[in-house]
Design a protein. Structure first.
Length: 524
């Protein structure tokens, strides 16, 4: 009798088994473990490195949430670094403060300002690494559900090892990896058709950090059109009410305690301070950086050649350097917050109309990226760190075709280089340059080989050459910046020059990548 060779069916895995957590397809591969170990080793080695004032900001928030009742969290002014993130992040800090109080009680001492003992350095940097589990698990799920897992693995590794996260989170100090992990989980739910879960996660994210409001219009249009309406355009009451109730419950859990104790005005004043200038202290490389430098150029022309420009004296010593107050240009018309808001909305509407007409996942992802990109380009007092709002979702589009890849490449090189001034100490110079170069070689080169298309027209040949020349231009720019202290020493009259050149040169690339991506999307 022939032996029955039917393979035995595998047993159901328990709920806590990692394979079930990773969508039941397979365990973590050796290459994924290697990425995790390499990433963790690099981050551990960076523990003694420079950290910005954001390090003390978050230590102070640990102390506020641990030492004070919830009614005083958004009123405390013991330190200048007052709590100005939404309540879910405050609850997150409260959770982190409990182990901190056992490790070193001085960490959560409200009056122990600027405390930077080794205990707090190790603890806070460790919490950043551990919180990135959210990012890592989301990226693994992207791989498991991808049509082409090999290239999704490259993109996922590129995000987990992204120089932006290394520079901003693990040296400068923030928790972007954790929060972008929530965003990627939300995008993943949209890809899998679980739109209610996608909306819930995005509502949670908004209550961790309100900068993600820039992405909210894309979520609103996509979820309304694809989840709450039929293909013929009729509202589906059950789905609409379930989505609305989900969002209301999330915001209720976050804001409810503060509303009940009458702190809504105080919360709003902390979350939305409108007393800052158009540009941050270091001009974020966006459209306003180009406008600002144009104003400086026109001012010099007016002074040297007696050109008939009307010069506003207040603008000569403008607060456009990022100081508190209204920004005034010397020659060009003054830009007000309402102007930046109107321009941002106008550009976003163009992309949202397209999303309304084609409410599929690919359209949603591109519109989401462009909503964040538009806000970065034209927003009021944009920080250079906000470039991650562009680079993270754009990474998910990089392998679609050569047009998307080239846009991603220009934006990535420009965006990552624009973060270099955050690390101005000599000991971190080699780290940021070498790490970014290795990342570029390991990510950009193989992706380019995979999707490359030879230009089919003379116009595209010229455009390709111009883009490649622009990218090559970062090498002499970096050489100039590195040599600047040796050549000019302590000359205070030109000390701003490296920052200005970095901002303007990166802005050229980022503005062009914005135009490129917007054109690709609208023409598809």
């Amino acid at each position: 009798m022939q032996e029955d060779k039917t393979p035995e069916q595998p047993k159901a895995l328990p709920w806590h088994h990692p394979a079930r957590w990773l969508n039941g397809s397979q365990l973590v591969t050796r290459s994924e473990v290697d990425v995790l170990l390499f990433s963790t080793a690099v981050k551990l080695l960076l523990f003694p490195s420079y950290h910005s004032t954001d390090f003390e900001v978050h230590r102070n928030w640990l102390a506020i949430t641990y030492s004070l009742p919830i009614s005083q969290w958004y009123y405390d002014t013991t330190s200048q670094w007052t709590l100005d993130y939404p309540p879910f992040f405050a609850y997150f800090e409260k959770l982190l403060s409990i182990p901190a109080s056992f490790i070193d009680p001085q960490i959560v001492d409200l009056h122990n300002l600027n405390y930077d003992a080794w205990s707090v350095v190790v603890y806070q940097r460790s919490t950043v690494i551990l919180s990135e589990i959210v990012l890592g698990t989301a990226l693994l799920r992207f791989i498991r559900g991808a049509v082409d897992p090999s290239w999704q693995r490259v993109l996922s590794a590129s995000l987990f090892l992204h120089p932006g996260f290394l520079i901003i989170d693990h040296i400068h100090f923030q928790y972007n990896g954790f929060m972008f992990g929530i965003l990627l989980w939300s995008i993943l739910m949209a890809r899998e058709g679980r739109k209610l879960a996608s909306g819930l996660l995005f509502a949670v994210l908004l209550n961790f950090k309100h900068i993600y409001m820039y992405l909210a219009p894309a979520y609103f249009v996509y979820l309304l059109r694809s989840h709450c309406m039929s293909p013929s355009g009729e509202i589906l009451p059950t789905k609409f009410i379930s989505l609305a109730n989900t969002v209301i419950l999330v915001f209720g859990a976050s804001l409810g305690p503060f509303i009940l104790i009458g702190q809504s005005p105080q919360l709003v004043s902390r979350l939305f301070p409108f007393t800052r200038g158009l540009n941050h202290a270091y001009w974020a490389p966006n459209a306003w950086a180009l406008v600002t430098v144009m104003d400086r150029v026109l001012l010099q022309l007016a002074r040297r050649f007696n050109v008939g420009f009307v010069v506003h004296q207040q603008g000569v010593v403008s607060t456009s350097r990022g100081l508190v107050g209204d920004t005034t240009f010397a020659v060009l018309p003054t830009v007000k917050p309402i102007h930046t808001f109107a321009i941002t909305i106008a550009f976003q509407v163009m992309f949202l109309v397209k999303l309304w007409r084609t409410p599929n996942y690919k359209s949603f992802l591109t519109a989401l990226t462009l909503c964040g990109y538009t806000s970065y380009m034209f927003g009021w007092h944009v920080h250079e760190k906000a470039i991650l709002l562009v680079l993270v979702p754009l990474s998910l589009l990089a392998a679609d075709d050569y047009a998307h890849f080239k846009t991603y490449m220009i934006a990535s090189v420009s965006g990552i280089f624009s973060l270099f001034p955050l690390l101005f100490t000599p000991s971190e110079t080699l780290v940021k340059i070498v790490y970014s170069l290795i990342w570029g070689v390991m990510v950009l080169r193989p992706l380019q080989k995979q999707v490359y298309e030879f230009p089919t027209t003379f116009t595209w040949v010229i455009l390709e050459q111009l883009e490649n020349s622009y990218l090559l231009g970062f090498a002499p720019l970096l050489a100039f910046i590195l040599a600047f202290p040796l050549v000019f020493g302590g000359n205070s009259q030109v000390e701003f020059l490296p920052l200005m050149m970095t901002s303007v040169y990166c802005a050229l690339g980022l503005v062009w990548a914005f135009i490129r991506l917007g054109t690709i999307y609208l023409r598809q």
